[in-house]
Design a binder for this molecule. Structure first.
Ligand SMILES: Nc1ncnc2c1ncn2[C@@H]1O[C@H](COP(=O)(O)OP(=O)(O)OP(=O)(O)O)[C@@H](O)[C@H]1O
Ligand SMILES: [Mg+2]
Length: 229
């Protein structure tokens, strides 16, 4: 990531619902930024705005990089093979036909799906599907990768596999910004943490400080496992 992505007093309003409420925040390069908060707190909206998929009604987002990709909360697979899904993503990313086959093999290897290239994508297990969705996002060769609750429906073993893959991606100098409502996962992966509640930024900062010494009462309660209502 060449430049930090910055939210400047951003509000996003749909009808009479405020999805993001005067949010100011900087997403720096380096270790993953993990966005946490209860259901409906605005995590997906934040990711979509940082990705440039939604324009704020008030304020602005700066530094959105050209090389960026998002893995959506509920990825939809084409009714085709694993390889065809990935080939489609590579074509959509503008990779020329001549370069696609080697890139396809490389990405399937990276996410551990080489043996399943011919399998209909909709027949994959949950964990395999998420890894294919990740490979599709990586087809764009992003400098920043947004992941929206990628392990939410996975069991511990599949979650471990996916988190290890995130480690591989981070080692390739790709900035990861990930939403989760799993605090354990946030502790395992985060360099920085962003806590949202009802579209508002409650707290953000370096992960060790956030987990050891949260500054706000809401963050303390969230970390203690209380329900933020
Ligand atoms: N297009 C829309 N129109 C109206 N309300 C919306 C729209 N998109 C999202 N919302 C509402 O905005 C709030 C924030 O939604 P968002 O999806 O960003 O939350 P989230 O933190 O990702 O939640 P989850 O943990 O359930 O994925 C929710 O109350 C949601 O119902
Ligand atoms: Mg969401």
């Amino acid at each position: 990531m060449e430049e930090a992505i910055a939210f400047h007093d951003v509000s996003i309003v749909v009808g009479n619902v405020t999805l993001l409420d005067r949010l100011s925040l900087t997403l720096h390069g380096g270790a993953p930024t993990v966005v946490i908060g209860p259901n409906g707190s605005g995590k997906t909206t934040l990711l979509r705005a940082a990705m440039g998929l939604i324009t704020p009604d008030i304020g602005r987002v700066s530094g959105v990089p050209s090389r960026r990709a998002i893995m959506f909360q509920h990825p939809v697979m084409l009714r085709r093979s694993v390889a065809a899904n990935l080939d489609y993503a590579l074509a959509a990313a503008g990779v020329a036909r001549s370069g696609r086959e080697s890139r396809l093999g490389e990405l399937l290897g990276l996410v551990g799906l080489d043996d399943l290239a011919g399998r209909p994508a909709r027949r994959l297990s949950g964990g395999e599907r998420q890894r294919l969705a990740l490979a599709r996002a990586l087809a764009r060769d992003p400098g920043v990768l947004f992941l929206d609750e990628p392990t939410a429906s996975l069991d511990p073993a599949a979650t471990k596999g996916f988190e290890d893959l995130i480690g591989t991606i981070v080692a390739r100098q790709i900035k990861v910004v990930m939403a989760t409502h799993d605090l354990g996962e946030a502790r395992r992966l985060a360099g920085d943490v962003v806590l949202l509640h009802r579209g508002r930024l409650i707290e953000s900062g370096r992960a060790p400080q956030f987990f050891e010494a949260p500054r706000t009462d809401e963050a303390r309660r969230f970390l203690a496992g209380e329900l933020l209502l």
